[in-house]
Design a protein around this ligand. Sequence first.
Ligand code: ATP
Ligand code: MG
Length: 292
Amino acid sequence: MITAKNNNSTNSMSPKDGPQIIAVTSGKGGVGKTNFSVNTALLLSKLNQKVLIIDADIHLGNVDVMFGISPDFTLVDVLKGSKSLKEIIKKTPYGVDFLPATSGVMDIIEGEDNIVMSIAQAFNEFQHEYDIILIDTGAGVSVSTLSFVLGTDKIIVVVTPDPSSISDAYAMIKIINQYQDNAQIMMVANRVRNEETGESLFYKMNLIVNKFLNTSLIFGGSIMDDTQVLASVHAQQPVVIRYPRAKAVINMQLICRRILKLPVRKPLPKEGNYFDKVRERLNNLDLGGKSA
Ligand SMILES: Nc1ncnc2c1ncn2[C@@H]1O[C@H](COP(=O)(O)OP(=O)(O)OP(=O)(O)O)[C@@H](O)[C@H]1O
Ligand SMILES: [Mg+2]
């Protein structure tokens, strides 16, 4: 059975307390987790955070493709004690470090029960200083995904407007809540037409979660459906690098500020009406029901 460690809320701005461990997950596959993880890692690093990204999608992991690097060793070697973190962590050309998991990690999961605890311990032992460890997980409710999700400081659930993505995300949130009722779950609406669609997706999901699971989600933000994302994936380059002014990049910048709990300020249109002002105030609020 999977068990969760007590979720000690860490301060993302203080590396001395140990890195903040964030898992990126979803109910349905193909909703944009890897794209979000890689680009968010890069944007967080631009906000002066030392970031390590772990590719924990042990079946279809492709963070390495996005970075254009092929690692020789994996997290398994660290958890078995045969390699040190320093020996296996790959530096990417973008200032973010990268560590792959691979399928062999499942043997360790069986023995250790909770992989996140092992990761946290490994990082303590080696005293490697990261501000944030971002884990790109596989989709869906499975032992391997949950092993990387439970026990993290924050769980980001990526949802698209597709009905099956919404229902599968709810199923995922339900399971997370069952194992870890104090989990900080942030929802990110991806591939939306406009911000209103993303916000209404969040409010609907949060309402159901409030009603049936008696908990609240944190609003991460909305990412537009953006053809420049697709073009970057085809070019095997993160969109943040290829098209730094893309709409999706601006959206992810806002989400990063929310992750770091920095003030979020969106410019008002010149003739901003009353509703624009209300929206701006909403954007500056922490919408999480729990202390984020
Ligand atoms: N905001 C977006 N706009 C347009 N296309 C997007 C956006 N986000 C993701 N995509 C596209 O969706 C596809 C799937 O993205 P990605 O591989 O990141 O999903 P995933 O959730 O990691 O999938 P898996 O569950 O297989 O790991 C990619 O081709 C990507 O280009
Ligand atoms: Mg992926």
